[in-house]
Design a protein around this ligand. Structure first.
Ligand code: NDP
Length: 448
C-alpha cells in the first residue's frame, strides 16, 4: 500500500495534463486531476479548436464569392454569427465530453475544484479536502496578458471572443502575434472593420521575414488596417457603449470592441508554489529540467506554465514523456528541434526549422530557394493573392534547414514536409522526388 492518497495528482486538465494523467494511469498509477474550469484546457475550450472552426466558418465569405467564377449561381448570402458561435460552442462541449470519457475510462479521478499546493506531496482543494500524492504535476497553462492601461477593462481577450453576442462592426486588435493575425482574418472575413495596433513594426516575431511581409501585404490588400509603433494611452468608453483608443501620438481610433492579443503568461498565481520551494524563472515560468522536474523533487510541470514552446502538441509530448519517465520506467525527454508551427491567418502561414536570418547567423553561408506563385485556384477566381514558399539550405552540407510558406493550405503541406526537414534531408533529395501535379506542394520539389 502506498503512503499517499494518489501516485499522481495533476493540477490542470488541459492538453498536457490530460495526456500525462491518461498515460500514467495506463502505466498503473492511481491518478487524480483537479480542474477548476473545464476539461480540455486552452486548446479545446478557448483556443486552437474553436479558433480553427471559426476560420472554417469565416473562409466561406471568400469561397462563396469565388464560387461564382467557377460557374455557381450564388445568391447574395447573409451571415449569422450566433449560428456559427453556437455550433462551435456545441462542438467544444462534445469534445470536452470525449476528454472526460478518456479520463474516466482510465479510472482517473476528476476533481472539479481549484487545487493549491501545500507541500512537496500535498494539495488542498477549494472544497476543503487535503490530499497527498507521491508526485504532483502542474499543467495549469498560460493566461492572456492584458497591458496595464487606463480603460483596459473595457477590452476583451481571445477567451471572450468565442462568446460575443455579435460579430463587432469595428474591432481593434492589440498585438501582432499569432492570435492578433488569426482573429484579424476571422473578423475581417465576417465583415468587421479590423485594425491591428502593434507596439513595434514587427508582426509575428520569430517567423521568416519575407513570409511575414507577404502576410502584411495581403492583409493590407484585403482591407485590414495596421497601426505600427503605436503606444496606447487609454481606452475610453462612450455613453452609447462604443469605445475609443487614444494614443500617445496619432489620431484616436473609435471602435466597438478592443481585443488584447498581447501574449500569454504562465498561470502560476495562487498555486502555492512557495510551500514546496518550486522556483520560477525570470519570466515567471516554472523552471524545469529536461525531464520536466521542478526544483522540488516530487513536483513536475509541463506545457505553457513552463513557457518552453507554447504549443499544444509540445505540451502533449511533455506530458507523455513525463508519464513514461516517472511511471513507465522509460526515461524520455522531448526533442524541441524542428518543431513545425503555423499561423492560421488568412491566408495561413507555416514554418519549420531555421529562418533565413537564423540560418545565416548559425551556419554562415546558406542557399535560399523561393517560389513566388499565384495558386491556380486564385487565378481562376480572379484573386490577386500570391503564395510564397521558401527553402533555406545549409550551403556546406546541402541539408534543408528551414522551410517557410504562406498560401492556401500551407499548414497542411508543411506538416508533411517537416518530416523531411526533421530527418535532415538534402535539397537534392527533395529534387529527386517527382512532383505531384497539379498541386501547390509540388513547388517544394521544383525549387530552382
Ligand atoms: P504572441 O507572443 O504571438 O504575440 C504577442 C504580441 O503582443 C506581440 O506582437 C508582442 O509584441 C505584443 N505585446 C506583448 N506585450 C505587449 C504589451 N504589453 N503591449 C502591447 N503589445 C504587446 O502572443 P499571442 O497572444 O498572439 O499568443 C499567445 C501564444 O499562444 C503564442 O505565443 C503561441 O505560442 C500560442 N498560440 C499559438 C497558435 C498557433 O499555434 N497557431 C495560435 C494562437 C496562439 P512584440 O513582438 O514587440 O513582443
Amino acid at each position: 500500500m502506498s503512503d499517499y492518497d494518489f501516485d499522481l495528482f495533476v493540477i490542470g486538465a488541459g492538453s498536457g495534463g490530460v495526456r500525462a494523467s491518461r498515460v500514467a494511469a495506463a502505466h498503473g498509477a492511481k491518478v487524480a486531476v483537479a480542474e477548476e474550469y473545464r476539461v480540455g484546457g486552452t486548446c479545446v475550450i478557448r483556443g486552437c479548436v474553436p479558433k480553427k472552426l471559426l476560420i472554417y466558418g469565416a473562409h466561406f465569405a471568400e469561397d462563396l464569392k469565388d464560387a461564382r467564377r467557377f460557374g455557381w449561381n450564388v445568391p447574395d448570402c447573409g451571415f449569422e454569427w450566433k449560428v456559427l458561435r453556437d455550433n462551435v460552442l456545441a462542438e467544444v462541449d462534445r469534445l470536452e465530453g470525449l476528454y472526460k470519457n478518456t479520463l474516466e475510462s482510465h479510472k482517473v479521478e476528476m476533481i472539479p475544484e481549484r487545487a493549491t499546493i501545500t507541500g512537496p506531496h500535498s494539495v488542498k482543494l477549494s472544497g476543503g479536502r487535503e490530499v497527498t500524492a507521491k508526485y504532483i504535476l502542474i499543467s495549469t497553462g498560460a493566461w492572456p496578458v492584458v497591458p496595464d492601461l487606463e480603460g483596459a477593462e473595457h477590452g476583451i481577450t481571445s477567451n471572450e471572443a468565442f462568446h460575443l453576442e455579435d460579430a463587432p462592426k469595428r474591432i481593434v486588435i492589440v498585438g501582432g502575434g499569432y492570435i492578433a493575425n488569426e482573429f484579424a482574418g476571422i473578423f475581417h472575413q465576417l465583415g468587421s472593420h479590423v485594425t491591428i495596433v502593434n507596439r513595434s513594426s514587427v508582426l509575428l516575431r520569430g517567423y521568416d521575414e519575407q513570409i511575414r511581409d507577404r502576410l502584411l501585404q495581403i492583409s493590407t490588400m484585403k482591407g485590414i488596417q495596421f497601426r505600427f509603433n503605436a503606444e496606447m494611452e487609454r481606452i475610453e468608453k462612450n455613453a452609447d457603449g462604443t469605445l475609443c483608443i487614444h494614443f500617445k501620438s496619432g489620431d484616436p481610433i473609435p471602435c466597438d470592441t478592443v481585443m488584447f492579443a498581447t501574449g500569454r503568461k504562465p498561470h502560476v498565481e495562487g498555486l502555492g508554489l512557495e510551500s514546496a520551494d518550486v522556483e520560477l524563472d525570470d519570466k515567471g515560468a516554472i523552471k524545469v529540467d529536461e525531464y520536466s522536474r521542478t526544483s522540488c523533487e516530487s513536483i513536475y510541470a509541463v506545457g505553457d506554465v513552463t513557457d518552453r514552446l507554447q504549443l499544444t502538441p509540445v505540451a502533449i509530448r511533455e506530458g507523455h514523456a513525463f508519464a513514461d519517465t516517472v511511471f513507465g520506467d522509460n526515461p524520455r525527454t522531448v526533442d524541441y528541434a524542428c518543431v513545425p508551427s503555423a499561423v492560421f491567418s488568412h491566408p495561413p502561414l507555416a514554418g519549420v526549422g531555421l529562418t533565413e536570418a537564423q540560418a545565416k547567423n548559425k551556419l554562415g553561408t546558406v542557399k535560399v530557394y523561393t517560389s513566388d506563385f499565384r495558386p491556380m485556384k486564385n487565378v481562376l477566381a480572379g484573386r490577386d493573392e500570391r503564395a510564397l514558399y521558401k527553402m533555406v539550405v545549409d550551403a556546406t552540407t546541402n541539408r534543408v534547414v528551414g522551410l517557410h510558406m504562406i498560401g492556401p493550405d500551407a499548414p497542411e503541406i508543411l506538416q508533411a514536409a517537416a518530416i523531411a526537414v526533421k530527418a535532415g534531408l538534402t535539397k537534392q533529395q527533395f529534387d529527386d522526388t517527382v512532383a505531384l501535379h497539379p498541386s501547390m506542394a509540388e513547388e517544394l520539389v521544383l525549387l530552382k
